[in-house]
Design a protein around this ligand. Structure first.
Ligand SMILES: Cc1ncc(COP(=O)(O)O)c(C=O)c1O
Length: 416
């Protein structure tokens, strides 16, 4: 049976007309997904403030998505590099200013494929201060993470420490553009070139970030983006590898499709990393709104910087160059001069319905799968340990209203 046609002027808005089941479902989803990840945001009752989460996924008007859904229903092309997939790869490459984009179902599989495409084995130097997927991708690839400390100012891998960690087994460096702030890409490239190492950037946070006039994604051998629901640009779930070399893109495309060369031959140990047509179509609609979303984030970032400036013991990371940042996160460091420590501030905000997050605590190197590695010893990672103890990521998303930002700042200022 064909679903009832979707009318942009919704039937439910016409009094006395029963709403067809598909429309009713879409309306319910629209209401529910206006909340934080997954379930509906609890409604505030009795004059209480509604809870505020660290992020709230950006969604385009549902009506804009409907024609693309109809097209999928018409063509019945659901996946395997269909027309929306191809169009999104081309549009993203143009938007980001990069040579090529290979879409994935998420950044974790993209990281695993990136490591496989570079045929790595042995040790990879990386940061302990990241989301756990960064190191998990190494472990799934049979590689050994070697943790080195971060720069206490940028919270990115400290290039000055890389050379001391290089051994005869080192093959690559896996830095993270943490919170979307560029690593010291020049220093990292110089070290990698000197020692013949590959560089894969975990650029999960770095959609649209620019560095010295070009995309930050153009540095290193490969860069990996995440389009997860929490990210600046989301396709519900999704990710991508950015690469310069067409032969490498070809290899990546095969690896994300089980290693198929053609109908009957398989050339490598691939996996299923493909992005579906549904996610790709959604990405095309999202991309129309990315500038608006960034402008909203930029305003929130500016309001926090202004309001938090004179609060004792609160440090914001340096403001990024205008037009270069994506305002993906708003981390603050709660130092010893603040009347209460980071965890107490986290609890105080939570009591007021403000759900900040301690990204990234614990360190990756603290988790059971990693803590027995020699490089996981916190005594060698003092800046990462400091960040894990002090950082709190405050809510930031395009339509976070100024009143709520002021309330959050006020609550931090009232710490005692
Ligand atoms: C730094 C970093 N790397 C990798 C990932 C994994 O991304 P995905 O959820 O798309 O697999 C994330 C997700 O948040 C991340 O923050």
């Amino acid at each position: 049976m064909q679903p009832a046609p979707l009318d942009p002027v919704r039937e439910a808005d016409a009094p006395g007309q029963p709403e067809p089941p598909l429309q009713a479902t879409l309306r319910r989803l629209e209401r529910e997904f206006a909340g934080p990840l997954g379930p509906a945001a609890p409604e505030a009752g009795d004059g209480a403030e509604a809870p505020v989460y660290v992020t709230r996924p950006f969604l385009p008007p549902l009506e804009e998505f409907e024609p693309l859904l109809r097209e999928i229903w018409r063509t019945r092309i659901l996946t395997n590099g269909g027309p929306f997939h191809r169009e999104l790869e081309a549009r993203l490459a143009a938007h980001l200013g990069v040579p090529q984009v290979a879409l994935f179902n998420n950044a974790t599989t993209a990281l695993i494929v990136a490591l496989r495409a570079l045929e790595l084995s042995g040790e990879v130097i990386t940061t302990p201060y990241s989301f756990v997927a960064t190191s998990h991708a190494l472990m799934w690839s049979g590689l050994t993470p070697v943790f080195i400390d971060i720069d206490p100012d940028t919270l990115n891998l400290d290039p000055a420490r890389i050379e001391a960690a290089i051994t005869p087994r080192t093959r690559a460096i896996l830095p993270v553009h943490c919170y979307g702030r560029p690593c010291d890409v020049e220093a990292i490239t110089a070290i990698a070139d000197r020692h013949g190492l590959k560089v894969i950037y975990d650029a999960a946070h770095a959609f649209g970030v620019r560095h010295r006039g070009g995309s930050v994604l153009n540095h290193g051998n490969l860069s990996v983006l995440s389009f997860h629901a929490t990210k600046v640009f989301n396709t519900f779930e999704g990710g991508a590898i950015v690469c310069a070399d067409p032969a490498m893109k070809d290899q990546i495309d095969k690896l994300k499709n089980f290693g198929f060369e053609d109908e009957t031959s398989v050339s490598g140990v691939g996996l299923n990393g493909k992005m579906s047509e549904l996610n790709a179509a959604f990405g095309l609609v999202q991309l129309r709104h990315i500038d608006t979303a960034l402008a909203g984030r930029r305003a929130v970032d500016a309001a926090y910087r202004e309001g938090l400036r004179d609060i004792p013991g609160i440090r914001c990371l340096d403001a990024a160059e205008e037009g270069a940042a994506n305002y993906a996160y708003f981390p603050i460091l709660v130092g010893p001069d603040h009347p209460i420590d980071r965890d107490a501030l986290y609890d105080a905000l939570k009591r007021d319905g403000i759900h900040a997050r301690r990204y990234f605590s614990p360190l990756i190197s603290d988790f059971p799968a990693y803590r027995t590695l020699p490089s996981a010893d916190r005594r060698h990672l003092p800046a990462a340990a400091m960040a894990a103890d002090q950082v709190l990521c405050l809510p930031i998303y395009p339509d976070l209203d100024p009143g709520t930002v002021a309330r959050i700042i006020g609550r931090i200022a009232a710490s005692q």
